[in-house]
Design a protein around this ligand. Structure first.
Ligand SMILES: Nc1ncnc2c1ncn2[C@@H]1O[C@H](COP(=O)(O)OP(=O)(O)OP(=O)(O)O)[C@@H](O)[C@H]1O
Length: 295
């Protein structure tokens, strides 16, 4: 069987007293789009630094297609990396930057690169110092997606992109998968991860708490509903998908998973005067779902 694109065995990183990564065992098969999620400080960037050989593990080991991640010269021929905070050579234009990155990387599909420049709507004639955060990210993404590297490591790659560009990003990930490339995507955006990933690892406080497929991840979705009413208190107990009901005088709060129709029918009888519906952030979902038990 082909070697996994990424494998870690008991990968551990300690910064003084702080255990930033605690015995991570992970295997990402070649050809998979793999999401890496977790709240701030969970250890995602630490993992990426170890995979890239930018930091040394305190214990354990990581491999990139059977190459020890510490063998940077060999491992980096197999991967392209987009950091969360893209720094470019300020005086080089976008075109010169892409040319330089192509000369140092694993080989570039130039026709596809030109297509990506068009699709990401990037003006290559400007010096990089004039680029916004989003434009710097575009340069790094175009350089990575147009390489033939079998593994793409993307750390928060779309934080500076607008929604149209986010769509282009999703298209490029799908194309990479079609080419047989492996994508390791570190993200805070649940919607993005759901749209592009096959499987997702969830990290919390340095520990792997779950590896799930995207349909399994959807179970984490919930909506928070708050309603004020003038009529009789609505009866929301025993309704499918309704949980955490808190009733006070004239108001009710609850969480909703699945179709809202039964809850709306119950609320309709209560003469609702105000209604707020909120999607919690990924951070809130994690804190709620994985809570204290996994610390
Ligand atoms: N060089 C360092 N020295 C000391 N502590 C560090 C260092 N780098 C990271 N840490 C700590 O290790 C923990 C994990 O950090 P890491 O940057 O890997 O988290 P993250 O999941 O990438 O978070 P974020 O989503 O905020 O980027 C944090 O508590 C962080 O403060």
């Amino acid at each position: 069987m082909a070697a996994p694109a990424i494998r870690t065995h008991q990968l551990t990183k300690r910064y003084g007293a702080l255990l930033a990564l605690d015995g991570l065992d992970l295997s990402v098969p070649a050809g998979e789009v793999f999401g890496f999620l977790g709240p701030n400080g969970a250890g995602k960037s630490t993992t990426i630094r170890l995979l890239l050989g930018l930091a040394r593990p305190t214990a354990g080991q990581a491999w990139i297609f059977d190459t020890d991640a510490a063998d940077v010269a060999t491992a980096h021929r197999l991967l392209a990396y987009v950091p969360a905070d893209v720094a470019l050579w300020p005086q080089l234009t976008g075109a010169e930057t892409l040319g330089l990155l192509a000369a140092t990387g694993a080989g570039v599909d130039r026709a596809y690169r030109d297509e990506l420049v068009d699709r990401f709507d990037l003006d290559l004639s400007k010096p990089a110092r004039t680029y916004s955060t989003g434009n710097r990210q575009k340069v790094a993404l175009i350089a990575a997606f147009s390489t033939r590297a079998p593994l793409l490591v993307l750390d928060e790659p779309t934080s500076g992109l607008d929604p149209l560009m986010e769509l282009q990003f999703r298209r490029a990930v799908a194309a990479a998968r079609d080419n047989g490339q492996t994508v390791f995507l570190c993200s805070h955006q649940l919607a993005e991860v759901e749209a592009v990933c096959d499987r997702v690892a969830i990290l919390r406080a340095g520990r792997l708490v779950d590896v799930a497929t995207v349909p399994e991840l959807r179970r984490l979705h919930r909506t928070e509903v708050a309603a004020h009413f003038a009529g009789p208190a609505p009866d929301l107990h025993n309704l499918v998908g309704v949980d955490n009901v808190t009733l006070a005088s004239g108001s009710v709060r609850f969480t909703l998973t699945g179709p809202p129709a039964p809850a709306l029918a119950a609320l309709a009888a209560a003469d609702v005067t105000a209604l707020t519906v909120r999607e919690p952030s990924l951070e809130e979902i994690f804190l709620d779902y994985y809570g204290e038990a996994t610390r």
